[in-house]
Design a protein around this ligand. Structure first.
Ligand code: GRG
Length: 295
């Protein structure tokens, strides 16, 4: 199967599972469930779910649990972070995934609650759909990546950096590692836990290292696209980083310097990939597609 067919299959499976696992939109109170579905079902690349599914496939034949609930859970956490990031108290954005942001479509209180509800629901999904020991491992991976030392910590430093006149390489690496790469690492590691059915340090560490480089390359490309692409192509407001004085790779290294760094992290990701078991063809093609992406 070629790369785009496989990716489209992963996306289609994720969308079906999202629809099945989320409370129906008319569940009382309907407004919160409509808002959760509005943001979650607005499209998006579904990168993190695809990584869960692809990493699980590296370990065939182990009487695996279904990786789809975990793929949905991480997409719920990712979508919560986007909803909260768009709020007026954070990035104050009007456009996300090509639609009005959740607080524009509903209101701030509903958007805040929809984000909270998606975050909490992710852990309900993990606890209801896996045997206890696997569920515990998955909860640990996702909770760590989403917590104050990773995703939330990265977001905090990102907001703090807006107030600095200059940004250091250390700040930038911390922000992008924590805010972006941590969730990409978690997606791969969750796939690894499911694929193996138990923890095994070596492949999990390799999946984390691979994910860190992929995540950093992904974020650098995001910085470049924010500076060079238009809002219609991106499905979110373009040019916001410079306006908000964000700490970005483009700000610190310029477009060419940022491109070099994206290339370096891509190469490092590919080097790590060859150490992983199973057929890594899809992941190799995904790394390449992420470097060349247009949105
Ligand atoms: C509010 C706790 C909290 C965190 C917010 C997600 C986030 C952290 C900020 C959004 C801005 C940003 C540049 C985040 C870095 C991660 C990133 C590139 C998110 C967008 O991910 P995509 O491109 O989005 O995979 P889609 O919509 O395709 O899923």
């Amino acid at each position: 199967m070629d790369f785009s067919t496989k990716l489209n299959n992963f996306v289609a499976q994720t969308e079906q599972a999202l629809d099945k696992l989320l409370p129906p939109a008319d569940t009382r109170p309907a407004r919160i469930h409509e808002a959760m579905r509005y943001s979650l079902q607005a499209g998006g690349k579904r990168l993190r779910p695809a990584l869960v599914l692809a990493a699980a496939e590296l370990f065939p034949g182990n009487n695996q649990s279904d990786p789809l609930p975990a793929a949905v859970a991480i997409e719920c956490v990712h979508t919560y972070s986007l909803i909260h990031d768009d709020l007026p108290c954070m990035d104050n954005d009007d456009l996300r995934r090509g639609r009005p942001t959740c607080h524009k479509q509903f209101d701030e209180a509903t958007a805040l609650l929809a984000g909270d509800a998606l975050l909490t629901y992710a852990f309900e999904i993990l606890s209801c759909n896996y045997p206890a020991d696997l569920s515990l491992g998955l909860v640990r991976e996702l909770a760590t990546a989403a917590g104050s030392r990773e995703l939330i910590g990265g977001q905090m430093e990102d907001l703090l950096a807006e107030k600095c006149t200059t940004v250091t390489a250390d700040q930038l690496n911390f922000i992008h590692h924590k805010k972006t790469a941590a969730m990409i690492e978690a997606a791969l590691a969750m796939g690894g836990w499911i694929g193996q059915g138990r923890p095994s340090a070596e492949p999990l560490n390799r999946l984390h290292t691979f994910g860190r480089h992929l995540g950093l390359a992904f974020q650098i490309v995001d910085d470049i696209l924010d500076a060079t692409a238009d809002s219609a192509t991106l499905g979110k407001t373009a040019g916001k980083d410079a306006k908000a004085n964000k700490a970005t790779f483009v700000k610190l290294y310029g477009i060419d310097g940022a491109r070099d760094r994206a290339q370096k992290h891509t190469e490092a990701a590919l080097l790590e990939l060859v150490k992983l078991p199973g057929d890594t063809t899809f992941l190799r093609q995904l790394v390449d597609a992420m470097l060349k992406r247009k949105n």
